[in-house]
Design a protein around this ligand. Structure first.
Ligand code: ATP
Ligand code: MP5
Length: 270
């Protein structure tokens, strides 16, 4: 059994963060572990409170999982403070996992800021350079590339800029575009579009968490980055298409979906 670790925040409403990650990992056929960076009191309408882990407790969680059940891939989500980012960067350098997918979570769908300005700086300096793949949405890609993105051409320019600066592959997600849901991968000085039909579902709480966890799960199973992204996008589309409608705001997706038929082949080393 392949193992995937999520390092992220807890979402009490179960739609995003650790909860979305573990559901996604389970559905994508890997064993999921979790290291919690923060507790959030949130629901589909907003984030009411955040309680960060202490750096020492975060360190204890990371040592506990890496010393016993070593993960084949790691996904990193919400980390709101510099000191916590520093702990994660130090431990990842020490334990050196093979696949690191970083979702640079900055603002929740509901509008709440989930990272301090100082922490954005530390994320850029210490964590992004360690990642194999980062998955910014358009507003996050704007922050990382220091440019405005209003077109597909801008997405390409920004993704290349981020790749040139940090040296990691970049998947710029297009969920915030009006018409399509096309994502752009920039890797090894070249790019590839992953096209997606926009599903008319406003319940998109946790789409970014789900996509990055599904990518990490598929990397753990031995798929390439390109294959893992396509599989993750197929999984996400299926979960969104189930049209679950819970809560008064932007609700969560349905994870207990029937996967028969969407995954045609399995990785060699499963
Ligand atoms: N309505 C939709 N229909 C189909 N795919 C979508 C839709 N909305 C988002 N996606 C896809 O979901 C993934 C996440 O993209 P998005 O840009 O929404 O990320 P995000 O803003 O980080 O997510 P989150 O809502 O968790 O913050 C991408 O693959 C995107 O193309
Ligand atoms: C703990 C946690 N992590 C990540 C998100 C971002 O997800 P979304 O943008 O869908 O609200 C969130 N709301 N809460």
């Amino acid at each position: 059994m392949k193992v995937t670790l999520t390092i992220a925040g807890s979402d009490s409403s179960g739609g995003a963060g650790i909860q979305a990650d573990l559901k996604t990992m389970c559905m994508n056929g890997v064993y999921g572990e979790s290291v919690i960076t923060a507790l959030t009191a949130q629901n589909t309408t907003g984030v009411r409170a955040v309680l960060d882990s202490t750096p020492a407790f975060l360190e204890a969680q990371l040592d506990a999982v890496f010393e016993d059940i070593y993960p084949d891939a790691v996904k990193i989500g919400m980390v709101s403070q510099s000191a916590l980012i520093h702990v994660i960067a130090t431990k990842l350098q020490y334990y050196h996992p093979k696949n690191i997918v970083l979702d640079p979570v900055m603002v929740a769908t509901s509008g709440a800021k989930l990272i301090s300005d100082e922490a954005i700086h530390t994320l850029k300096e210490e964590l992004i350079p360690l990642a194999n793949l980062i998955t910014p949405n358009i507003p996050e890609a704007e922050v990382l590339s220091h440019m405005k993105i209003t077109s597909s051409k801008d997405m390409l320019k920004a993704a290349k800029k981020i790749y040139d600066t940090y040296g990691c592959a970049v998947l710029c997600k297009g969920g915030h575009q009006l018409n399509d849901a096309n994502d752009l991968l920039y890797i090894n000085n070249t790019y590839q579009w992953f096209y997606g039909k926009r599903i008319p579902n406003n319940n998109t709480h946790g789409t970014g968490c789900t996509l990055s966890s599904a990518i990490a799960a598929n990397l753990a199973k031995g798929f390439t980055i390109q294959e893992s992204i396509q599989r993750a996008k197929d999984y996400l589309s299926l979960a969104l298409s189930a049209m679950l409608d819970l809560g008064a705001g932007s609700g969560p997706m349905m994870h207990n979906v029937n996967l028969k038929g969407i995954y045609s082949e399995e990785a060699d080393n499963e």
